[in-house]
Write a protein that binds this ligand. Sequence first.
Ligand code: MG
Length: 121
Amino acid sequence: MRKKTILIIDDEEQFGRLLKLNLEATTEYAGVVATTGEEGLRLIQAHKPDLVLLDIMLPGSNGLDILKQIKTMAPEVPVAMVTGVWNEQEAKKAFAAGAFEYITKPVHLEYLKTALLVKLL
Ligand SMILES: [Mg+2]
């Protein structure tokens, strides 16, 4: 069976790479990393990921715009926002646009993995 794939969209390359390595080392998921929203949208078409972890502060289109595009392009793919700063207005917008989670960095890995596990059953 194909491994479930998590697409991480984050402009902090180091963060994305470490999260991918950590998920691959401790779960059954495969990780794919994009550093811009536009690249992330291309990878969604290329890899058909099972779930997306999406940063909000990105160069070019911000994460909330990318979220809306993902929900238009691939409405079945669950999206969790993973962002540096808690912002109530942004969180409300993210949930209203269909995000299932809004997680702030530093990411609590056990919490994240539990959220993924429940969503990817
Ligand atoms: Mg960022």
